[in-house]
Design a protein around this ligand. Sequence first.
Ligand SMILES: [Cu+2]
Length: 386
Amino acid sequence: MQFVAARSVHWPKIAGRLQFEIDGQNTEGQPVCELSKREEVLTNTSLRTLTTRRDASSGVSAMTLLRADIERNDRQSEDSRTDDMAWIPGGTFRMGSNDHYPEEAPVHRVTVDGFWIDRTPVTNRQFKAFVKATGHTTFAEIVPDPTDYPGALPHMIYAGSLVFEPPSRPVNLRDWSQWWTFMKGADWRHPYGPGSNTNTSDNHPVVHVAFADALAYARWAGKDLPTEAEWEFAARGGLDGAEFAWGDEFTPGGVHLANTWQGEFPRQNLNADGYERISPVTAFPPNGYGVHDMIGNVWEWTTDWYSPKHEADAAKACCIPQNPRGGREEGSYDPRQPNIKIPRKIIKGGSHLCAPNYCRRYRPAARHAEPIDTSTSHLGFRCVVR
Ligand SMILES: [Cu+2]
Protein backbone atom coordinates (compact mmCIF):
# COMPACT_ATOMS: atom_id res chain seq x y z
CA MET A 1 0.00 0.00 0.00
CA GLN A 2 1.58 3.24 -1.10
CA PHE A 3 0.60 6.08 1.12
CA VAL A 4 0.99 8.66 -1.59
CA ALA A 5 -1.18 6.78 -4.02
CA ALA A 6 -3.69 6.31 -1.25
CA ARG A 7 -4.08 10.00 -1.07
CA SER A 8 -6.11 10.04 -4.24
CA VAL A 9 -9.02 9.79 -1.87
CA HIS A 10 -8.79 13.54 -1.57
CA TRP A 11 -9.37 14.11 -5.25
CA PRO A 12 -12.98 13.38 -6.09
CA LYS A 13 -12.47 13.95 -9.81
CA ILE A 14 -10.67 10.66 -10.00
CA ALA A 15 -13.33 8.51 -8.53
CA GLY A 16 -16.21 10.63 -9.68
CA ARG A 17 -18.18 12.53 -7.14
CA LEU A 18 -17.72 10.67 -3.90
CA GLN A 19 -21.31 10.30 -2.92
CA PHE A 20 -22.31 7.74 -0.40
CA GLU A 21 -25.19 6.87 1.79
CA ILE A 22 -24.73 7.17 5.48
CA ASP A 23 -26.96 4.22 6.23
CA GLY A 24 -29.20 5.88 8.74
CA GLN A 25 -26.55 7.47 10.91
CA ASN A 26 -24.47 10.55 10.71
CA THR A 27 -20.77 10.39 11.21
CA GLU A 28 -18.95 13.59 11.85
CA GLY A 29 -15.59 12.23 10.82
CA GLN A 30 -16.42 10.96 7.38
CA PRO A 31 -12.88 10.61 6.27
CA VAL A 32 -13.01 11.09 2.55
CA CYS A 33 -12.54 14.66 1.56
CA GLU A 34 -14.53 16.27 -1.12
CA LEU A 35 -12.50 19.18 -2.27
CA SER A 36 -14.28 22.29 -1.13
CA LYS A 37 -14.92 25.32 -3.24
CA ARG A 38 -14.08 27.43 -0.24
CA GLU A 39 -10.35 27.81 0.07
CA GLU A 40 -10.36 30.91 2.18
CA VAL A 41 -8.12 30.92 5.17
CA LEU A 42 -9.04 32.01 8.63
CA THR A 43 -8.09 35.59 9.25
CA ASN A 44 -5.80 36.59 12.06
CA THR A 45 -8.66 38.35 13.75
CA SER A 46 -10.91 35.33 13.93
CA LEU A 47 -7.99 33.25 15.13
CA ARG A 48 -7.29 35.61 17.97
CA THR A 49 -10.89 35.31 19.03
CA LEU A 50 -10.70 31.55 18.95
CA THR A 51 -7.46 31.45 20.88
CA THR A 52 -8.77 33.68 23.61
CA ARG A 53 -11.89 31.63 24.02
CA ARG A 54 -10.36 28.21 24.03
CA ASP A 55 -7.73 29.18 26.55
CA ALA A 56 -10.26 30.61 28.95
CA SER A 57 -9.83 28.60 32.10
CA SER A 58 -13.16 27.02 32.72
CA GLY A 59 -13.91 23.51 33.80
CA VAL A 60 -11.73 24.02 36.86
CA SER A 61 -14.51 23.25 39.26
CA ALA A 62 -15.12 20.00 37.41
CA MET A 63 -11.49 19.06 37.85
CA THR A 64 -11.48 19.78 41.54
CA LEU A 65 -14.69 17.85 41.97
CA LEU A 66 -13.46 14.72 40.34
CA ARG A 67 -9.84 14.73 41.41
CA ALA A 68 -10.89 13.74 44.91
CA ASP A 69 -12.42 10.58 43.56
CA ILE A 70 -9.54 9.47 41.45
CA GLU A 71 -8.20 6.13 42.41
CA ARG A 72 -4.44 6.39 42.12
CA ASN A 73 -2.83 3.27 40.87
CA ASP A 74 -0.26 1.53 42.98
CA ARG A 75 2.58 1.43 40.54
CA GLN A 76 2.75 5.14 39.94
CA SER A 77 5.82 5.77 42.02
CA GLU A 78 7.67 2.66 40.89
CA ASP A 79 8.66 3.78 37.46
CA SER A 80 10.12 6.90 35.93
CA ARG A 81 7.50 6.77 33.21
CA THR A 82 4.74 7.60 35.65
CA ASP A 83 5.05 11.34 35.16
CA ASP A 84 3.70 11.09 31.69
CA MET A 85 2.37 7.53 31.51
CA ALA A 86 -0.12 5.61 33.62
CA TRP A 87 -0.04 1.89 34.34
CA ILE A 88 -3.16 0.12 33.15
CA PRO A 89 -3.44 -3.12 35.10
CA GLY A 90 -5.06 -5.23 32.38
CA GLY A 91 -7.84 -7.75 32.86
CA THR A 92 -11.03 -8.99 31.28
CA PHE A 93 -13.69 -6.44 30.43
CA ARG A 94 -16.87 -6.01 28.42
CA MET A 95 -15.88 -4.29 25.20
CA GLY A 96 -18.35 -2.47 22.98
CA SER A 97 -21.96 -1.45 23.53
CA ASN A 98 -25.34 -2.75 22.39
CA ASP A 99 -27.08 0.55 23.02
CA HIS A 100 -25.74 2.91 20.36
CA TYR A 101 -24.31 2.55 16.86
CA PRO A 102 -24.21 -0.87 15.16
CA GLU A 103 -20.42 -0.89 14.78
CA GLU A 104 -20.04 -0.95 18.59
CA ALA A 105 -22.02 -4.15 18.98
CA PRO A 106 -22.07 -6.75 20.25
CA VAL A 107 -20.75 -6.37 23.76
CA HIS A 108 -18.17 -9.12 24.17
CA ARG A 109 -15.56 -10.02 26.73
CA VAL A 110 -11.93 -9.31 25.95
CA THR A 111 -8.74 -9.74 27.97
CA VAL A 112 -5.78 -7.38 27.75
CA ASP A 113 -2.42 -7.63 29.51
CA GLY A 114 -1.20 -4.70 31.57
CA PHE A 115 0.47 -1.82 29.75
CA TRP A 116 1.54 1.79 30.11
CA ILE A 117 -0.38 4.53 28.36
CA ASP A 118 0.32 8.23 27.87
CA ARG A 119 -1.65 10.26 30.38
CA THR A 120 -2.60 12.71 27.63
CA PRO A 121 -2.74 12.81 23.85
CA VAL A 122 0.63 13.71 22.30
CA THR A 123 0.89 17.49 22.45
CA ASN A 124 2.20 20.06 20.00
CA ARG A 125 5.18 20.52 22.30
CA GLN A 126 6.02 16.82 22.21
CA PHE A 127 5.49 16.55 18.49
CA LYS A 128 7.71 19.57 17.93
CA ALA A 129 10.54 17.80 19.80
CA PHE A 130 10.06 14.75 17.58
CA VAL A 131 10.17 16.79 14.37
CA LYS A 132 13.21 18.70 15.58
CA ALA A 133 15.06 15.47 16.38
CA THR A 134 14.13 13.54 13.26
CA GLY A 135 13.27 16.07 10.56
CA HIS A 136 10.03 14.16 10.03
CA THR A 137 7.72 15.65 7.42
CA THR A 138 4.08 14.83 8.01
CA PHE A 139 1.81 13.53 5.31
CA ALA A 140 -0.21 16.73 5.22
CA GLU A 141 2.92 18.73 4.37
CA ILE A 142 3.86 16.70 1.31
CA VAL A 143 2.75 18.03 -2.05
CA PRO A 144 1.36 15.08 -3.98
CA ASP A 145 3.05 13.87 -7.15
CA PRO A 146 0.54 14.56 -9.96
CA THR A 147 1.49 11.28 -11.66
CA ASP A 148 -0.03 9.51 -8.68
CA TYR A 149 -3.37 11.13 -9.47
CA PRO A 150 -4.32 10.52 -13.05
CA GLY A 151 -7.24 12.75 -13.87
CA ALA A 152 -6.78 15.19 -11.04
CA LEU A 153 -6.85 18.82 -12.09
CA PRO A 154 -3.57 20.67 -11.45
CA HIS A 155 -5.15 23.23 -9.14
CA MET A 156 -6.36 20.41 -6.92
CA ILE A 157 -2.90 19.07 -6.24
CA TYR A 158 -1.60 20.65 -3.10
CA ALA A 159 -0.45 19.79 0.39
CA GLY A 160 -3.17 20.18 2.95
CA SER A 161 -5.44 18.62 5.50
CA LEU A 162 -9.08 18.57 6.55
CA VAL A 163 -10.16 21.51 8.69
CA PHE A 164 -13.53 21.95 10.35
CA GLU A 165 -15.21 25.24 9.51
CA PRO A 166 -18.70 25.92 10.79
CA PRO A 167 -21.05 26.63 7.88
CA SER A 168 -22.68 30.02 7.68
CA ARG A 169 -26.02 28.71 6.42
CA PRO A 170 -28.21 25.80 7.45
CA VAL A 171 -26.87 22.60 5.92
CA ASN A 172 -27.88 19.03 5.26
CA LEU A 173 -26.44 17.00 8.13
CA ARG A 174 -25.72 14.16 5.73
CA ASP A 175 -23.31 16.26 3.70
CA TRP A 176 -20.15 16.52 5.76
CA SER A 177 -18.40 18.47 3.01
CA GLN A 178 -20.46 21.44 4.22
CA TRP A 179 -18.20 21.77 7.27
CA TRP A 180 -14.99 19.98 6.28
CA THR A 181 -12.53 21.77 3.98
CA PHE A 182 -9.45 20.19 2.47
CA MET A 183 -7.41 23.27 3.27
CA LYS A 184 -4.18 24.15 1.54
CA GLY A 185 -1.38 24.66 4.04
CA ALA A 186 -3.23 23.15 6.98
CA ASP A 187 -0.83 20.94 8.94
CA TRP A 188 0.20 20.30 12.53
CA ARG A 189 1.97 23.65 12.75
CA HIS A 190 -1.00 25.44 11.21
CA PRO A 191 -4.04 23.66 12.59
CA TYR A 192 -6.57 26.12 11.15
CA GLY A 193 -4.63 26.87 7.96
CA PRO A 194 -1.59 28.94 6.95
CA GLY A 195 -2.64 31.97 9.01
CA SER A 196 -2.66 29.96 12.23
CA ASN A 197 0.15 28.51 14.27
CA THR A 198 0.74 26.32 17.31
CA ASN A 199 2.90 28.78 19.23
CA THR A 200 0.09 29.54 21.61
CA SER A 201 -1.03 25.96 21.98
CA ASP A 202 1.97 23.90 23.08
CA ASN A 203 -0.25 22.03 25.49
CA HIS A 204 -2.93 21.20 22.93
CA PRO A 205 -3.02 17.78 21.26
CA VAL A 206 -1.18 17.66 17.96
CA VAL A 207 -3.59 17.30 15.02
CA HIS A 208 -3.32 16.85 11.25
CA VAL A 209 -1.33 13.66 11.71
CA ALA A 210 -1.93 10.69 9.41
CA PHE A 211 -1.49 7.17 10.76
CA ALA A 212 2.12 6.93 9.55
CA ASP A 213 2.98 10.18 11.34
CA ALA A 214 1.56 8.87 14.60
CA LEU A 215 3.43 5.60 14.22
CA ALA A 216 6.69 7.39 13.40
CA TYR A 217 6.38 9.44 16.56
CA ALA A 218 5.65 6.35 18.64
CA ARG A 219 8.70 4.51 17.28
CA TRP A 220 10.91 7.52 17.92
CA ALA A 221 9.66 7.68 21.51
CA GLY A 222 10.32 3.96 22.01
CA LYS A 223 6.60 3.34 22.27
CA ASP A 224 3.76 1.99 20.16
CA LEU A 225 0.18 2.91 19.36
CA PRO A 226 -2.58 1.20 21.35
CA THR A 227 -4.83 -1.53 20.00
CA GLU A 228 -8.53 -0.75 20.12
CA ALA A 229 -8.99 -3.12 23.07
CA GLU A 230 -6.16 -1.49 25.02
CA TRP A 231 -7.47 1.95 24.25
CA GLU A 232 -11.01 1.10 25.32
CA PHE A 233 -9.85 -0.67 28.48
CA ALA A 234 -7.82 2.40 29.48
CA ALA A 235 -10.66 4.78 28.60
CA ARG A 236 -13.09 2.93 30.84
CA GLY A 237 -10.97 3.80 33.86
CA GLY A 238 -11.95 0.63 35.70
CA LEU A 239 -15.70 1.24 35.34
CA ASP A 240 -16.60 -1.95 33.47
CA GLY A 241 -19.70 -1.55 31.33
CA ALA A 242 -20.26 2.13 32.15
CA GLU A 243 -21.57 4.39 29.43
CA PHE A 244 -18.95 7.09 29.83
CA ALA A 245 -15.34 7.20 30.99
CA TRP A 246 -16.54 8.68 34.30
CA GLY A 247 -19.80 6.75 34.90
CA ASP A 248 -23.28 6.49 33.46
CA GLU A 249 -24.24 10.14 33.39
CA PHE A 250 -22.98 12.41 30.65
CA THR A 251 -22.82 15.59 32.70
CA PRO A 252 -23.06 14.62 36.37
CA GLY A 253 -24.37 17.59 38.32
CA GLY A 254 -24.41 19.55 35.08
CA VAL A 255 -20.61 19.44 34.85
CA HIS A 256 -18.91 18.72 31.53
CA LEU A 257 -16.13 16.15 31.92
CA ALA A 258 -14.89 16.16 28.34
CA ASN A 259 -14.55 18.58 25.44
CA THR A 260 -17.54 17.87 23.21
CA TRP A 261 -19.98 20.01 21.21
CA GLN A 262 -22.98 21.62 22.84
CA GLY A 263 -25.69 23.05 20.63
CA GLU A 264 -26.98 22.11 17.21
CA PHE A 265 -23.98 20.85 15.26
CA PRO A 266 -22.46 22.18 13.04
CA ARG A 267 -23.72 25.76 13.16
CA GLN A 268 -24.57 26.48 16.78
CA ASN A 269 -21.66 26.13 19.22
CA LEU A 270 -22.94 26.94 22.71
CA ASN A 271 -19.52 26.39 24.23
CA ALA A 272 -20.94 25.25 27.58
CA ASP A 273 -17.84 23.14 28.31
CA GLY A 274 -15.68 26.25 28.02
CA TYR A 275 -13.99 25.40 24.75
CA GLU A 276 -15.06 26.34 21.28
CA ARG A 277 -12.42 24.18 19.68
CA ILE A 278 -9.53 22.08 20.95
CA SER A 279 -8.65 22.32 24.65
CA PRO A 280 -5.36 21.84 26.53
CA VAL A 281 -4.84 18.12 27.19
CA THR A 282 -5.36 18.41 30.95
CA ALA A 283 -8.29 20.83 30.86
CA PHE A 284 -10.68 18.10 31.94
CA PRO A 285 -10.28 15.71 34.87
CA PRO A 286 -8.56 12.34 34.44
CA ASN A 287 -10.50 9.08 34.57
CA GLY A 288 -10.11 6.37 37.20
CA TYR A 289 -6.71 5.35 35.82
CA GLY A 290 -5.38 8.90 36.00
CA VAL A 291 -5.58 9.33 32.23
CA HIS A 292 -6.81 12.59 30.65
CA ASP A 293 -8.76 13.34 27.52
CA MET A 294 -9.58 9.83 26.35
CA ILE A 295 -13.03 11.15 25.52
CA GLY A 296 -13.65 14.24 23.42
CA ASN A 297 -11.18 16.91 22.34
CA VAL A 298 -9.55 14.86 19.55
CA TRP A 299 -10.10 11.38 18.15
CA GLU A 300 -7.14 9.05 18.59
CA TRP A 301 -5.54 6.55 16.21
CA THR A 302 -5.33 2.88 17.18
CA THR A 303 -3.41 0.12 15.40
CA ASP A 304 -6.44 -2.04 14.59
CA TRP A 305 -7.90 -2.32 11.10
CA TYR A 306 -11.54 -1.32 11.08
CA SER A 307 -14.29 -3.92 11.08
CA PRO A 308 -17.97 -2.97 10.81
CA LYS A 309 -18.89 -4.80 13.99
CA HIS A 310 -17.39 -6.70 16.90
CA GLU A 311 -17.11 -10.44 17.15
CA ALA A 312 -19.67 -12.34 19.18
CA ASP A 313 -19.03 -12.91 22.86
CA ALA A 314 -17.14 -16.11 23.59
CA ALA A 315 -19.37 -19.00 24.56
CA LYS A 316 -16.95 -20.11 27.28
CA ALA A 317 -14.53 -18.23 29.47
CA CYS A 318 -11.66 -20.22 28.00
CA CYS A 319 -12.27 -18.69 24.59
CA ILE A 320 -12.27 -14.99 25.48
CA PRO A 321 -9.91 -13.22 23.04
CA GLN A 322 -6.59 -12.20 24.59
CA ASN A 323 -4.97 -8.99 23.37
CA PRO A 324 -7.03 -8.90 20.16
CA ARG A 325 -5.58 -6.90 17.30
CA GLY A 326 -8.56 -6.10 15.15
CA GLY A 327 -9.71 -7.28 11.77
CA ARG A 328 -7.90 -7.82 8.49
CA GLU A 329 -6.64 -5.00 6.33
CA GLU A 330 -8.70 -6.19 3.34
CA GLY A 331 -11.82 -6.01 5.47
CA SER A 332 -11.24 -2.38 6.39
CA TYR A 333 -12.00 -0.79 3.01
CA ASP A 334 -15.04 1.41 2.72
CA PRO A 335 -17.77 -0.68 1.07
CA ARG A 336 -19.49 2.50 -0.08
CA GLN A 337 -16.51 3.32 -2.30
CA PRO A 338 -15.54 0.02 -3.88
CA ASN A 339 -13.15 1.65 -6.34
CA ILE A 340 -11.03 3.24 -3.62
CA LYS A 341 -8.84 0.82 -1.73
CA ILE A 342 -7.64 2.83 1.22
CA PRO A 343 -7.32 0.66 4.31
CA ARG A 344 -8.89 2.17 7.41
CA LYS A 345 -7.82 2.09 11.04
CA ILE A 346 -10.06 2.40 14.06
CA ILE A 347 -10.08 5.74 15.80
CA LYS A 348 -11.51 6.14 19.30
CA GLY A 349 -12.78 8.67 21.80
CA GLY A 350 -14.80 11.15 19.80
CA SER A 351 -13.87 14.81 19.59
CA HIS A 352 -14.84 18.39 20.35
CA LEU A 353 -17.17 18.10 17.35
CA CYS A 354 -19.30 15.26 18.75
CA ALA A 355 -22.79 16.55 19.51
CA PRO A 356 -25.96 14.91 20.78
CA ASN A 357 -27.88 15.94 17.65
CA TYR A 358 -25.27 14.49 15.36
CA CYS A 359 -22.66 12.07 16.68
CA ARG A 360 -22.77 10.59 20.16
CA ARG A 361 -19.33 9.05 20.05
CA TYR A 362 -18.01 10.60 23.26
CA ARG A 363 -17.96 7.14 24.88
CA PRO A 364 -15.28 4.46 25.38
CA ALA A 365 -17.23 1.92 23.28
CA ALA A 366 -17.60 4.26 20.30
CA ARG A 367 -15.43 3.67 17.25
CA HIS A 368 -14.96 5.05 13.82
CA ALA A 369 -13.06 4.20 10.63
CA GLU A 370 -10.34 6.51 9.32
CA PRO A 371 -8.30 5.93 6.14
CA ILE A 372 -4.62 5.75 6.99
CA ASP A 373 -3.75 8.67 4.70
CA THR A 374 -6.23 11.09 6.19
CA SER A 375 -5.44 13.81 8.67
CA THR A 376 -7.87 16.27 10.20
CA SER A 377 -8.16 19.10 12.69
CA HIS A 378 -9.88 16.81 15.21
CA LEU A 379 -7.68 13.69 15.13
CA GLY A 380 -4.56 13.03 17.20
CA PHE A 381 -3.07 10.08 19.08
CA ARG A 382 -1.37 8.81 22.21
CA CYS A 383 1.14 6.01 22.80
CA VAL A 384 1.52 2.87 24.89
CA VAL A 385 4.37 0.71 26.14
CA ARG A 386 3.74 -3.00 26.57
CU1 LIG B 1 -18.30 12.46 16.73
